[in-house]
Design a protein around this ligand. Structure first.
Ligand code: ZN
Length: 251
């Protein structure tokens, strides 16, 4: 019976949220984000390069911003470039903000970072597990990792160990990690359920709906080593001060 409890909690919350949506016609939708949608060009030895996507249906090419002259114009077709892919733009509400960067270390290791900031409809952020399994990834393990941040308590991030579905025995180089957390104004959590609870209680008790953001950091993971956990701790520890707003740092 115990295993069902979290689901009940979610169902009750969803019910409360929908009641709140119907009752509070004047919910104060704020434009305040709990985060800056900015990714630095450099984090320690990691060098960052932003990803831009062409939205011309005949082209749909992707570019690294350092390789092109104009970050808004596709060098192949002259079409408009965006921080999100055409497919992402098709499913996300129009006022969603999305930024992605690829970071490369002198050793050749790569890390991909994305920040999604939800818009007014609040439906931009989904449960990451669903998207990943939809993309053919198998989640082998998930755990909350404490990332030390200077001058405050550690940041909790969710770390998923992934491998592609149907990966043959002995095939190497395909295993990855996916680390993420959510940020609202003055709120931070690695838990999707906790975010849902805060979204509901903020609406019901404070009559406010903040813009939530979702930050994801992913890279390669060697099967016989936990070195990737150090990589996550060091990278997010370096990234955090660039994107955090002060009210999230004080707690
Ligand atoms: Zn193009």
């Amino acid at each position: 019976m115990r295993t069902f409890r979290p689901y009940f909690a979610v169902i009750i919350l969803m019910a409360l949220t929908s009641i709140a949506l119907e009752l509070s016609v004047d919910v104060n939708i704020t434009d305040e984000a709990g985060i800056r949608v900015e990714l630095p060009d450099r984090i320690a030895a990691w060098e960052g390069n932003e990803l831009r996507y062409c939205h011309n249906k005949e082209c749909l090419k992707a570019f690294l911003v350092n390789d092109i002259e104009d970050r808004n114009v596709c060098p192949a077709c002259g079409g408009p470039l965006s921080g999100m892919s055409y497919d992402e733009a098709a499913v996300l509400p129009g006022d969603t903000v999305l930024m992605k960067k690829r970071y490369v270390h002198p050793t050749g290791r790569q890390i991909f970072v994305s920040i999604v900031l939800s818009g007014a409809s609040r439906s931009s952020i989904h449960r990451p597990q669903m998207c990943l399994t939809g993309q053919g990834q198998v989640i082998l393990k998930s755990e909350v990792l404490e990332v030390p941040i200077e001058g405050r308590k550690p940041l909790d991030v969710m770390v998923l160990d992934l491998e592609p579905q149907g990966r043959a025995e002995g095939m190497t180089g395909l295993t990855t990690y996916y680390a993420y957390w959510f940020v609202g104004k003055g709120r931070e959590t690695p838990s999707h359920v906790q975010r849902m609870i805060w979204m509901s209680t903020d609406r019901i008790f404070h009559n406010v709906a903040h813009r939530w953001a979702y930050i994801a950091v992913s890279g390669a993971r060697e099967e016989d080593s936990v070195a990737y956990l150090d990589e996550i701790r060091e990278f997010i520890g370096g990234l955090y001060p660039h994107i955090a707003l002060t009210e999230n740092i004080i707690n």
